[in-house]
Structures are given as structure tokens and as C-alpha cells.
Design a protein around this ligand. Structure first.
Ligand SMILES: Nc1ncnc2c1ncn2[C@@H]1O[C@H](COP(=O)(O)OP(=O)(O)OP(=O)(O)O)[C@@H](O)[C@H]1O
Length: 238
């Protein structure tokens, strides 16, 4: 039987610029769920995601992804990662970018139309990336991360700058992907997105304050509001 844990992080420590920005963090990301990574700007979310996708030098601890050490070459086409800065070629159209990345990743060509549709860029598929809005460019990057149906999808603030309708559509897409068995690790610094996650990792100053379901966090802190729950955890009153 396949392991139900997609990512296992144990005692992870990361030092950047001479400062420990991730301090002994441990958690699992289960398959078939959307796990949210939430916390204020600068708390270490991107650094943690970089460690999971295997592009971050770590000072200690271990990160195991789909049964392999993070960064193993065998994981290359099993993980989709979308960074905060769009990583698509500005002088190509959306479709040209996706065809190129599909061939690099060995994903079927039919995937191009699927992911264009999933991120809601059908109307812009033949537009040059340079002419896209910021939100559209971000979605083009997201489309690249979804090529090849990765088992783990790591998305760094994928809904920044999007209107509420698009945000809703993308969160529905994330849950569809999880229902099909993928593990998603999605960061946000907007607390109202926390309620949309199956599980939450709340981070502050390089440490994990909580690793639980939204409901359990509300129950534990005695507040119906996740922002208030976060504040209660910060103040140590929960
Ligand atoms: N290359 C670097 N050199 C030195 N310090 C760094 C470097 N990259 C990040 N940091 C520091 O590490 C800490 C964590 O940064 P990180 O980008 O992981 O935060 P974040 O939670 O993703 O923030 P945001 O929500 O603003 O993107 C920050 O204090 C940041 O200033």
C-alpha cells in the first residue's frame, strides 16, 4: 500500500544570512489533502517550501518527500512547485511555455490544454506572457506546476493579487487535485484562506505554532475565527 504521508519533515533547521530562520520544525503533509502553511511575512514559509522541494541548503534535520530525501533526482517529475515570482518565459505565449515545459518534464502534450483550462487561462492561451496581467502571469506559472499530474504540489502564495471569484476557483481546483490523491502544500499570509485548508501549519518566527485542522484550532482556542485563534496561540493563551 502506498504511504499516506507525502512529506515528512523532522527537526529541520535552516540558517540564512547568519540567522536561524527555520528552527527545529517537524511536521507531515498527508496525501489527499490541502495543507496550508500560514504565518506573517518573513516567518519562513518560502524557506520551508524550498527545503521541501530540495533547493534549500539545510543546517540540520531531515526532509523526506514521497519516500526519498528532498532534492533526489527521482522526485523531479513527481513534484510541482510554483514560486512567488512567475517562472515562465515572457517572450513566449502561455501555450508555448506549457508545451516547452511539458516536453522538459516528459508530460503528455494533451496536458497543456488541461492545465490551461484548470487555471482559467483559456482566453489567454495564445497571448504572450509579457502582455498578461500579474495575476494571469501567476496562473501561467501555476499551470506549469500542474503539468504531469504531480503527486506533490507546492505552491507559494498562489492566490496573491487574484479577485475573490478566481481565488474561489483555484481553491476548488486545489481540493479537486487532493481528491484525486495529490498532496498540496499551499502558503498564504492571508488568514481568511486558512479556513479553506484541510490541515494548517501555523508558523511564526521560524517555528511551528500549530499543526492541526482548522476546526481543532478553533476548538482549542475557543474562537470561531482563525485569525483570533492564531493570535491566541501567539500570546500563549491557548
Ligand atoms: N537569501 C537570504 N539571505 C538572508 N536572509 C534571508 C534570505 N532569504 C530569506 N531570508 C530571511 O529569512 C526569513 C524567512 O524568509 P522567507 O522568505 O522564508 O519568509 P516568508 O514567510 O516566505 O515571507 P513572505 O510571506 O513575505 O514571502 C526572513 O527573515 C528573510 O529576511
Amino acid at each position: 500500500m502506498a504511504n499516506s504521508v507525502a512529506v515528512s519533515v523532522d527537526g529541520l533547521r535552516v540558517v540564512r544570512g547568519g540567522r536561524e530562520v527555520v528552527r527545529s520544525v517537524s511536521f507531515d503533509v498527508p496525501r489527499g489533502t490541502v495543507t496550508g502553511l500560514l504565518g506573517p511575512s518573513g516567518c519562513g514559509k518560502t524557506t520551508l517550501m524550498r527545503a521541501v522541494v530540495g533547493v534549500q541548503v539545510v543546517a540540520g534535520g531531515s526532509v523526506t518527500v514521497l519516500g526519498h530525501p528532498a532534492g533526489s533526482p527521482v522526485l523531479r517529475d513527481r513534484i510541482g512547485y510554483s514560486t512567488q515570482s512567475p517562472s515562465v518565459y515572457a517572450d513566449l505565449t502561455v501555450r508555448e511555455n506549457l508545451r516547452y515545459f511539458a516536453s522538459v518534464l516528459g508530460a503528455p502534450r494533451s496536458d497543456v490544454d488541461r492545465v490551461v483550462d484548470e487555471v482559467g487561462l483559456k482566453g489567454q492561451a495564445d497571448q504572450l506572457v509579457t502582455t498578461l496581467s500579474g495575476g494571469e502571469r501567476g496562473r501561467a506559472s501555476l499551470a506549469v506546476a500542474l503539468l504531469g499530474r504531480p503527486e506533490l504540489v507546492v505552491l507559494d502564495e498562489p492566490t496573491v493579487g487574484l479577485d475573490p471569484v478566481l481565488r474561489e476557483e483555484l481553491w476548488n481546483l486545489f481540493h479537486d487535485l487532493a481528491d484525486r490523491g495529490a498532496a498540496l502544500l499551499v502558503s498564504s499570509h492571508v488568514m481568511d484562506e486558512a479556513a479553506r485548508c484541510d490541515r494548517l501549519l501555523l508558523m511564526r518566527e521560524g517555528e511551528l505554532l500549530a499543526d492541526d485542522t482548522p476546526q481543532a484550532l478553533r476548538d482549542r482556542t475557543g474562537t470561531p475565527d482563525l485569525e483570533q485563534a492564531f493570535l491566541a496561540l501567539v500570546r500563549g493563551t491557548a
